[in-house]
Design a protein around this ligand. Structure first.
Ligand code: F6P
Length: 333
């Protein structure tokens, strides 16, 4: 029999609870015990833990957040931090550790795997969808729907006032949420880091685009979806600049942490359940230093280092049609 440790780390994502549930239920089937560490890697350092039984995870599949709590843990990334974590894992007689988290959390897990003899498995849990090796990360689809719900509401007021709205969405340094929510909401423009090297150099073309949208497409309200951290000075700064240059009221709207909350959509619950169960199967298979994921609807495994070491691309066709639908040159012909 084995003892599995599990923790959730970094930005919480809807579906993390569904994943914990799947791990606990699958582990029981193999006769494995599960210990949950609380508050991300802090729980490993401070020995904050809870023995998880089937009862702890009943009726949590529909809950956002994470019953194990989450945190970012600077101390863990220091050499002593990783060593202390190893000491704690060994004293708790943990055979395998599963970490559900994003980029930073999996980088930490890789560090741990370099000095710990136990098995380590990463599960992609982040709204940002920025991990290579899984078509979707747990929480991403819910975050798109949450952003979409807000953008639809912004459209009502934008239409009524004939304004331009700049909507900032999350994504860390990746444009997945921006692209998907822009396409789904019919936003007239999407700005994300993958296609923009120097944001200031884009200003002129943004202004031109707005003018063409108004004159050629007959748009009276315009929505631009923008990835956080993209515009130096933020979307408020860009809104002010555009108001000044175009002479129409532009308003910024930062969606922020609402994108991390809420009940996971069906897709995220199913993905989380699959990946939780698959992670336990991988432990039974003696796997280590991998991230489990899903590719073309099938469970998949990828080396942990490749999950964060190789940049995941946006869907190029989606990028193209997002731009083409409001392509002014073509519309003029
Ligand atoms: O990684 C998830 C995420 O929500 C990012 O989209 C965002 O940049 C970051 O976390 C925000 O972190 P915090 O909650 O620490 O402000």
């Amino acid at each position: 029999s084995k003892t599995i440790g599990v923790l959730t780390s970094g930005g919480d994502a809807p579906g993390m609870n569904a994943c914990i549930r799947a791990i606990v239920l699958s582990a029981a089937r193999f006769g494995y015990q599960v210990i949950g560490f609380e508050h991300g890697y802090n729980g490993l350092l401070n020995n904050e833990k809870i023995r998880l039984s089937n009862l702890h995870v009943q009726h949590i599949i529909q809950l956002g957040g994470t019953i194990l709590k989450s945190a970012r843990c600077e101390a863990f990334l220091k050499p002593d931090g990783v060593k202390n974590a190893v000491a704690n894992l060994n004293s708790n007689e943990i055979d395998a550790l599963i970490v559900i988290g994003g980029d930073g959390s999996l980088r930490g897990l890789q560090k741990l795997s370099e000095i710990w003899s136990g098995q380590v498995i990463g599960i992609p849990g982040t709204i940002d969808n920025d991990l290579n090796g899984s078509d979707n990360t747990i929480g991403y689809q819910t975050a798109i729907d949450t952003a979409l719900d807000s953008i639809d509401k912004i459209r009502d007021t934008a239409d009524a006032f004939e304004r331009i709205f700049l909507v900032e969405v999350m994504g860390r340094h990746a444009g997945f949420i921006a692209l998907a929510s822009a396409v789904a909401s019919g936003a007239e423009q999407a700005l994300f880091p993958e296609t923009i090297e120097d944001p200031h150099a884009e200003l002129e073309s943004i202004v031109q685009h707005v003018e063409c949208l108004r004159k050629i497409h007959g748009k009276t309200s315009i929505i631009m979806v923008i990835t956080e951290h993209l515009w130096p000075g933020g979307v408020s700064d860009l809104a002010e600049t555009l108001t000044h240059q175009i002479g129409i009221e532009c308003r910024p709207c930062i969606l922020g942490h609402i994108q991390r909350g809420g009940a996971p959509v069906a897709y995220d619950r199913i993905l989380a359940t699959k990946l939780g169960a698959y992670a336990v199967e991988c432990i039974a298979d003696q796997e280590t230093a991998i991230m489990v994921g899903e590719h073309n609807n099938q469970p998949s495994r990828i080396k942990l280092v490749d999950a964060f070491g190789i940049q995941k691309s946006l869907d190029p066709y989606l990028v193209k049609i997002q731009q083409d639908l409001f392509d002014v040159v073509h519309s003029m012909q």
